[in-house]
Design a protein around this ligand. Sequence first.
Ligand code: JA8
Length: 248
Amino acid sequence: MRIDIITIFPAFFDALDISLLGKARQTGLIDLQVHDLRDHTHDRHRTVDDTPYGGGAGMVMKPEPWGDALDAVLPQATDAAAGPAVDGPLVIFPSPAGVRFDQAMARELAAEEHLVFGCGRYEGIDQRVVDHYAARTRVRLVSLGDYVLNGGEVAVMAMIEAVGRLIPGVVGNPESLVEESHENGLLEYPSYTKPASWRDLEVPPVLLSGNHGAIAAWRHDQQLERTRRVRPDLLPEANAENTHSTRG
Ligand SMILES: Nc1nc2cc(Br)ccc2s1
């Protein structure tokens, strides 16, 4: 998979040189490039923002640098008249106004060949950037949750971690991806390791029994109990009436 990130804070993504994603980059599993938006400015002050039309507080990111930066990472933009290319890269702008990111979307994105992430700052990016590229390729505004960050970088880091670990070969033991929170729609069961007794707290005896059927049943019951208690909205019965897709 190829990933391009456009940001005014490229150093933010130095953390992607370490751990599993760093190894995936070194082995070529992921071709990840970080681009400084300011490299696509042409004034002495490398200006990327300006005051909003219509007034209001804060600044808006100018369209010209974004146009130059996105043109540099996307193949020749097809003619808008041809409509958005369905097989080209997927351009993602993190936004509080976006479709909610979840494990299902992470799986969907992990199947893409080329992702381009545009990190907004200030009050956001001039809307014409989204409109221009939405007429030429697939563009998606994605939110991590109902809260506002100072920019898209944290959201992009989280999405790249959630997506990157699903790419075959990135995580050593793919089995470890199966029984996790949200993989089967439920929260994960509690985990324990040695010692069997710690500060007078014991490991549940069933986990020491060697009875794999009983262990599997206990773990599923724990998933259901935890999901009912913490995230009842995830339970199948909570979504039974929701037969239409909620994806934007
Ligand atoms: N939850 C989110 N907040 C923000 C703020 C900015 Br500014 C850019 C992207 C995002 S995603």
